[in-house]
Structures are given as structure tokens and as C-alpha cells.
Design a protein around this ligand. Structure first.
Ligand SMILES: Nc1ncnc2c1ncn2[C@@H]1O[C@H](COP(=O)(O)OP(=O)(O)OP(=O)(O)O)[C@@H](O)[C@H]1O
Length: 460
């Protein structure tokens, strides 16, 4: 690609619309895709029987050197869809090229995602870890600490656009000669996270020819703009599917509940074991996450809090602990990442920390693979449809079942309507948020105890 060229989708571009088959499991198995045996073995260790549909289509195209724009819903395995062909390509390169160099750049919008991509690539390279080195530079705050890591020229570098550009400008990272592939993960977020300027500057530092992957759960204006900037005659893989799994995999409910009763309602659901298993409870503000944690603690319900004010190491640690089942409940606040009412942040470069000490490169509802989440609760309804989709997408991932339950106050009814209309529009099967009904009549006792606790909490 030539820097600054706006490359339109050429006539040779292929748009492949794939049918929706549950999460989209493929016909082929991994060993039938012509992969290096070390990769096949690593995939087997992960317990993956077959590629998902997006993987089955993307892996051969990626191995063929095609530019790819892939849209598939949350949890459909997009990370491995680009990571596998990239690792395969690197293993092949290693047979002929002896010089160590950074050959792949994976751009992510958040530090959590950078950490997760690193983990996934490490798992996939278990049997070739000596041949393929990877570094995640999104997470570390101190740039000088990353210099020695980059001096070793890892084959794959993962980072946010701003951090990568910083290293390029400081000449601790040079991609102009060696880069063979660029990935933009969660492409729909890169611009809305304010990385547009950084990304454009960064693209000017890349060689003329390299393979590009754009991965996204949604196709929006940002993805279109990125496509023009980054891709050259791409193959477009677009799963013809609803944005969330259908009701056979993901149950979606809402409960009408005024603000003052939300705490009570959550306690009731948990105590009556109407919600079981690992649960992510989303709130719209950091302060509410602590308030809710405190409230649950009064009833000896342990939970942990995840928000942008925590240092990145703590956030990654909390996600890891949750995935290891140390906690059943995470209370996460995510809304600040979308800005006001879910509008995108334009142009301006984001600083590391906001005035309130919140990390701008934070995001838990986007792309993070929380394991085996049985329920997502929208304690506060999100402020945009996209945000609802990404929150709900933290459950029912891959082939697992899940439920999304939204507490809806009167003031949130217009948003509920917007979500239902948007999910219905795409022809989604069963994606309406059904009213939730309590299967018990004995709520009064809980109601009383909760009210007492709420009064106590307000008094604190
Ligand atoms: N072929 C497969 N078989 C079974 N599970 C898989 C397969 N591929 C990936 N997974 C699992 O599916 C989950 C979701 O994968 P991944 O995070 O890559 O999805 P995604 O499409 O990137 O989601 P998001 O859009 O939310 O980022 C992960 O736990 C991953 O380990």
C-alpha cells in the first residue's frame, strides 16, 4: 500500500457472505487446512475440534496472502482466524529467512485486548515458541522498559496505535523494511477510541507492500474508512447472521425496575439462585461499581470490580482471576469508553489518563474473552445499541449458551426500544428482550431485608 492513498474496493474484490449456522462451525477440521503440525497440535490442546466458520474461510485466504476484511459476531473466534494464518506464514518464512525482525504488527484499541491477543498467540505457538517471539507493548506504562524487549525484534508486536507510533518515533521500532502483515483487531473501535491520527501517521512508516487484516464485529463508518486506508483489493468475509446468537444459544430478558429497586432486585436474583454461574454485571459509572460491590458485600456476596481507574496490571489480573473462577461476579463499568451517549470521539489524540484518572485505553465490553460467563446483567442499560451488543457478547461465546438480563428503569425505556428495534431489524431470530418473570412468589422477605440494607447503605 502506498502511504496516503485512499484505495477503493477494487473490482476484483470478493464479498463472501457466509450462511449463519449457529456460531458457524465449519465442515473442515484444522488438520485439513494445510497447517504446520505444531499449530495443529496447539489447537488440539485448546480443545477446539473444528474451526469456526469465520476461521475456516479466513485461514486459507490469509495463508494465500489476501487482504481480508472479516466481520463476524462477538465470540466467533476472530482472533485465531487471523493469528493462525499469520503464525503459519511466519513458520514458513523462518525456513528461508534467518534474520530476526518484526514481521507482524497487531493493532488493538485497548490494553486488555493486547494482553489477550498475546495470550492467544502464545497458546497457538506453544510448540514453536522458540521460533516465534511475540511482545505486547500495549500494557506497560513505562516506554523505556519496553526498549530491551523491542531490541530483540520479536516476530509479532501487539500494541495500541499510539504506543506503536511512540516507539517508531523514538526509533525503538522500525517496520519499514521488515513488516509482512498488519492486523487491526476490533477495527470498529480504532477510530472511535481516538486513534485516527496516530494510525494515519503510523501507516506512513510501513513498507509499500504488506498483507492486511481488518477484524470487526460490526461494520460501521469507521471500518469503511479504515478499509479505504489500509486494504488493497480485499476479500470481504461477512457472516450473514444476527449480531448476537439466536435464542437457542443466548436468552435475552429485561426486567422493568426503577432505579431505587435495582440493588434489591440484583440481591434477590442472586440469593434465590435465579442467576447461577459466572456473571458480569455492567454499570455505567465507576462510582456505581464500587457502590454495588459494597452493597453485595453486606450480604456476603463476594465480587470484584473492573473499571478504568484501576492500573492495567490489576485489570488484567482481575480478568485472569475471573477466568480461573476465583470470583463468580465481576462488576464492570464501561460506558466512558464510548463517550457521551455512545458517540464517537473524533480526531483528537487521547491521553493516557483522563482528569478523573481513567485510562483511555481501557475496554472490557469490547473483545475481552471472559471464560464461561453464564449471564451478563445490564444493571444499567448501556447508552447505545453497539454497547448492548458487545456487553451481551461477553456470554454465549463460541458454542456456549448464555443469558443477558437488563434492568430497565422508566428513563431507560427509550433505549430499550432502540435496542429491540435494532436487533429485530437485522432479521435476528428471537433477539427481542423478553420480559423476565420471577418463578417464585416469596419475594417479600427478600424485599424487606434489602430495603433495610439499602437504607443502611444510604446512611453510610
Ligand atoms: N474453533 C474453535 N472452537 C472452539 N472454541 C473456539 C474456537 N476458536 C475460538 N474459540 C474460543 O472462542 C472464544 C471467542 O474467541 P475470540 O475472542 O477470538 O472471539 P472474537 O470473535 O474475537 O470475539 P469479540 O468480537 O468479542 O472480540 C474464545 O474463548 C476462544 O478460545
Amino acid at each position: 500500500m502506498v502511504c496516503g492513498d485512499a484505495l477503493a474496493l477494487g473490482p476484483g474484490s470478493l464479498v463472501s457472505v457466509l450462511p449463519d449456522t449457529h456460531v458457524g462451525m465449519a465442515e473442515l477440521r484444522f488438520h485439513e487446512l494445510g497447517l504446520d503440525l505444531r499449530l495443529v497440535k496447539a489447537v488440539a490442546d485448546l480443545g477446539w475440534e473444528k474451526p469456526t466458520l469465520i476461521q475456516e474461510k479466513a485461514i486459507p485466504l490469509g495463508m494465500d496472502g489476501k487482504d481480508l476484511l472479516a466481520r463476524a459476531r462477538t465470540g466467533s473466534g476472530k482472533t485465531a482466524a487471523y493469528a493462525i494464518p499469520i503464525i503459519q506464514g511466519l513458520l514458513q518464512d523462518k525456513m528461508t529467512l534467518s534474520e530476526q525482525a518484526v514481521r507482524v504488527l497487531i493493532l488493538v484499541p485497548t490494553k486488555e485486548l493486547g494482553h489477550q491477543v498475546l495470550q492467544m498467540v502464545r497458546q497457538l505457538t506453544t510448540y514453536c515458541a522458540r521460533d516465534i517471539k511475540i511482545a505486547d507493548i500495549s500494557g506497560q506504562a513505562d516506554i523505556s522498559a519496553q526498549r530491551p524487549i523491542l531490541m530483540e525484534k520479536p516476530d509479532i508486536v501487539v500494541g495500541t496505535p499510539s504506543r506503536v507510533l511512540l516507539h517508531i518515533n523514538q526509533k525503538t521500532l522500525c517496520l519499514r523494511e521488515s513488516l509482512r502483515a498488519l492486523v487491526i483487531d476490533e477495527a470498529d473501535l480504532i477510530f472511535s477510541f481516538g486513534f485516527e491520527e496516530d494510525l494515519k501517521n503510523l501507516l506512513c512508516q510501513l513498507p509499500n507492500i504488506y498483507q492486511s487484516y481488518l477484524m470487526s464485529a460490526t461494520f460501521n463508518e469507521e471500518v469503511k474508512a479504515l478499509k479505504e486506508l489500509v486494504l488493497h483489493n480485499p476479500v470481504i468475509l461477512k457472516l450473514e447472521e444476527s449480531q448476537l446468537p439466536d435464542s437457542s444459544q443466548l436468552l435475552q430478558y429485561h426486567i422493568r425496575c426503577e432505579e431505587e429497586d435495582k440493588f434489591l432486585l440484583l440481591y434477590t436474583l442472586l440469593k434465590l439462585s435465579l442467576i447461577r454461574g459466572k456473571t458480569i454485571i455492567f454499570v455505567n459509572e465507576v462510582e456505581r461499581s464500587y457502590r454495588l460491590k459494597l452493597f453485595l458485600e453486606q450480604f456476603s456476596i463476594p465480587s470484584c470490580v473492573l473499571n478504568s481507574e484501576l492500573p492495567v496490571q490489576s485489570r488484567c489480573h482481575i480478568i485472569a482471576q475471573f477466568n480461573q473462577s476465583c470470583y463468580d461476579y465481576i462488576i464492570a463499568s464501561d460506558e466512558h469508553v464510548l463517550g457521551e451517549k455512545g458517540k464517537k470521539r473524533t480526531g483528537k489524540k487521547r491521553k493516557g489518563k483522563s482528569e478523573k484518572g481513567q485510562d483511555s485505553e481501557y475496554g472490557v465490553s469490547r473483545g475481552i474473552d471472559f471464560h464461561n460467563v453464564s449471564t451478563v446483567i445490564n444493571f444499567d442499560l448501556p447508552l447505545s445499541v453497539d454497547s448492548y451488543i458487545h456487553r451481551a457478547g461477553r456470554t454465549a461465546r463460541a458454542n456456549n449458551p448464555g443469558a443477558a438480563l437488563s434492568f430497565v428503569a422508566s428513563s431507560e425505556l427509550p433505549m430499550l426500544q432502540e435496542i429491540e428495534e435494532a436487533l429485530g431489524e437485522g432479521g435476528s431470530k428471537g433477539c427481542v428482550l423478553r420480559p423476565y418473570r420471577f418463578p417464585t412468589e416469596d419475594l417479600e422477605g427478600f424485599r424487606y431485608r434489602c430495603r433495610v440494607s439499602c437504607v443502611w447503605l444510604r446512611a453510610v
